[in-house]
Ligand binder design. Sequence first.
Ligand SMILES: [Zn+2]
Length: 165
Amino acid sequence: MSKAATTKTARKPTTAEGACVCGAVRFEIDVPAVWAWHDHGATTRHAHGAAYATYVGTWRSRLRVTEGEDNLSRYENAETRTARSFCTTCGTPVFYERPRAPKMVNIPRALFASRTGREPRYHLNLTESADWEYRGEPLGPLKGFPGVQWERPKRKKPREPGGML
Ligand SMILES: [Zn+2]
């Protein structure tokens, strides 16, 4: 931690910066963000190629693309009336816009290296979540594979005593 950050006069950061994987697209938002949430919906799962995505929502007016705006490609889904922008070089999902909140832009939380002023405490679209999504089941080390944790298969119920007859 820098000396300035430990003094009483240090100010909290007023912006949080983010970037795509290759760094061609860079942006910043004013903090704190409006909210942060986990989206377990099917289209987000598909778009991210992941079990779910965690977003930080910001007012459009508090978002600035500082580099690489021309490097963003935008996909508009006519059915859901949502728009997803991604980096044309590395494919990182960058912005997600929904008709429900037209003045808001959602940004994957993972694109920010620093805090955004909001913890992701909300879970949306849980009814659409994948049955293979990790839900905190107990894990144990996998013998012979250091660093790998796994969920032991559930034991089958023993047969009814009369079932053998
Ligand atoms: Zn990129």
